[in-house]
Design a protein around this ligand. Sequence first.
Ligand SMILES: C[S@@+](CC[C@H](N)C(=O)[O-])C[C@H]1O[C@@H](n2cnc3c(N)ncnc32)[C@H](O)[C@@H]1O
Length: 266
Amino acid sequence: MSNHVLINIAKQALNVKRLPVLLGKVFQRLTDKKQENNEANLRWLAQQQQDFAEYAQSLDAELWQESLAYAKSLEAHANKVLSNIDVTLGGGGFYPLIYFVTRYLKPQTVVETGVAAGYSSHAFLSGLQKNADSGADGRLFSSDFPYFRIENPEKYIGILVPEDLKARWHLFIDGDAKNLSKIAQSVSSVDLFHYDSDKRYAGREQAMQALKTKLSDNALIIMDDINDNSFFMDLCLSEQQKQPYRIFEFGGKYIGMLGELALLKR
Ligand SMILES: C[S@@+](CC[C@H](N)C(=O)[O-])C[C@H]1O[C@@H](n2cnc3c(N)ncnc32)[C@H](O)[C@@H]1O
């Protein structure tokens, strides 16, 4: 690890808002036993996976074309913005899927964890804005934690989101544990939950617990990188779980969707 990185981590650790989250991450990384034995999960994902483009086309081919055109414009915008900064922020989620789902379901309340540069936030907000043309009034609540290896990480959170998309956006940056409890207090229910932050089993478990009372039976849940551990598989296969699920492969990783779009469409 370079001296720069160590200095940036030390700066974040001196911030009383950040230190508990940083210590929690270290502790949980050392004690998270459920990270082990992932083979059964990987086998299950490989057996279940399907192509999102085919699925989306079967639901609404025109909307899928709109989503692909949107994704192209987001990529051009992202290349422009990210080429003007001198830090590497990492790539985004499966934004054509995010845009498609947002347009298809027309959700009132969307919650996402993991913002980083803001590909997914941009996709949600663009979908919500377009939905407003037909009278829908959706809002996005995003939870993030500054990427502590870089200097002044706060200023890069959601850097891809332009001012004209921010009216529907509520951004919280103190880590999921604090953010999700604040978000849960501000919303009556959650229609769409996208999880793309702390990828550990325990992180996913805590986030679901934090939103438990706000996630109705009609909520769609999307989780990124479900190949990292068996949380999503365990959730789908648990006895209490009655919702259908789907698995999609994207860029060598898997994304899980709990809830059936066609059944949840308003
Ligand atoms: C993969 S990136 C998110 C990418 C984003 N969804 C997109 O499409 O551009 C993961 C983000 O989650 C944040 N993160 C990691 N642990 C977190 C935690 N405990 N609470 C909130 N955010 C966290 C990271 O700092 C990073 O910004």
